[in-house]
Design a protein around this ligand. Structure first.
Ligand code: KG4
Ligand code: ZN
Length: 343
């Protein structure tokens, strides 16, 4: 194959990851070391702890990715690394490792925007053609993008406050459920009655594709406190009903805003229109079902990469690096780590 083979490096949040990927979509290896246990006692990602863990584990991850791929640095055509946005300590560790490897081997160095990594994943997994609509819903991100090319993204809207995963995590915390909150809240919601509590549907009454999820959490807190005041605590059914109401509200908002984003995207007349999702919240079965239905109704294909590639990983970074590289993009030793970097 003449497709380039890249090592990808990702360390922008709480996953230390390295992967070896070929331009035809072959994933030779994808190593992801989570840090959930390190941060568990703090109820969120602690930047200092994350930075130290990345610094300690990153080269080991890269070695393991090469070993699992059965390749050496000499087999590679380039090094791709997340250069932002994210927690700066972690991003710096990744960028420094990538520069070191590129300097030692003479391989091209390609800095990748973490969001572009997520946004290009459906090309890696499903070979989607441009342009497609991407809904990125994770713990830190929430936006609609029309993906027109490896470096061409049109943002249609996004959350003006919390990302939906963050809202799931905070909801779990409010109700005494474990982190990460998404799976825990979703599990509870299965036994709950979504109609018992009337939670708001923020920004649904306003035009456009912007969303808001922080008000939901406040409304939920109010219901919880009312129950605690009235009955001295929360019963298991209360918890399930609150989770069901919360999940339903998030799903309603995402469904309606996706319908609007799809309408804008479809108006551009793509040959084979598609809605793709990425981010940890895309693992949610009820939200997935809603999005599948909206896409079908609009006449667009629905594409959801495997969960392991929806959440943070380095295969998406390697692949986005290859896409940038093919488009002529590359960086020098002056590549900077950026805490903020809009697409
Ligand atoms: O993409 P991701 O692994 O990390 C980043 O935020 O970059 O997403 C993690 C987020 C967490 O907030 C987690 O609670 C949420 O995705 N999540 C879910 C589910 N599984 C994970 N949210 C709702 N339902 C789920 N089943
Ligand atoms: Zn991410």
């Amino acid at each position: 194959s003449t497709d380039p083979i890249f090592l990808g490096i990702e360390s922008s949040c709480d996953d230390t990851a390295a992967a070896v990927v070929r331009g035809d979509g072959t994933i030779f290896s994808s190593v992801v070391e989570g840090q959930t246990a390190l941060h568990a006692a703090f109820g969120g990602v602690v930047p200092e702890i994350a930075a130290r863990a990345h610094a300690e584990r990153l080269d080991g991850c890269a070695e393991q990715a090469l070993r699992e791929a059965g390749l050496t640095l000499a087999d590679l055509d380039g090094i791709a690394v997340t250069a932002g946005p994210g927690l700066i300590g972690g991003v710096l560790s990744g960028v420094m490792l990538a520069k070191g490897l590129a300097a030692a081997t003479g391989l091209p160095l390609v800095g990748v925007n973490h969001l572009a990594g997520h946004a290009l994943t459906p090309r890696l997994t499903d070979g989607l053609d441009y342009p497609y609509l991407m809904l990125l819903i994770s713990g830190g991100h929430c936006q609609f993008l029309i993906v027109r090319g490896a470096e061409s993204f049109v943002r249609l809207g996004g959350s003006i406050d919390d990302a939906p995963g963050e809202a799931f995590d905070k909801t779990a915390k409010l109700l005494g459920l474990p982190q990460p909150g998404g799976p825990a809240v979703s599990r509870e919601a299965e036994r709950g009655d979504p109609a018992r509590f009337a939670l708001p549907r923020p920004l649904l009454d306003r035009p456009g594709c912007d969303m808001s999820f922080s008000g939901l959490k406040t409304a939920l807190l109010r219901e919880r406190d009312r129950l605690v005041a009235a009955q001295g605590g929360l019963f298991q059914q209360d918890r399930a009903d609150l989770c069901a109401a919360f999940e339903m509200a998030v799903a309603d908002v995402l469904e309606e805003k996706t319908r609007r984003a799809l309408a804008l995207y479809m108006a551009e007349g793509a040959d084979r229109p598609a809605l793709a999702v990425a981010g940890g919240v895309a693992a949610n079965t009820r939200i997935r079902a809603r999005l599948t239905a909206v896409a079908a109704k609009a006449g667009a294909a629905f594409v959801a990469p495997p969960i392991a590639l929806c959440t943070d990983n380095a295969a998406m970074i390697a692949f986005a690096g290859i896409e940038r590289f093919r488009a002529g993009g590359r960086d020098g030793m002056d590549l900077v780590a950026r805490p903020r970097w809009p697409l």
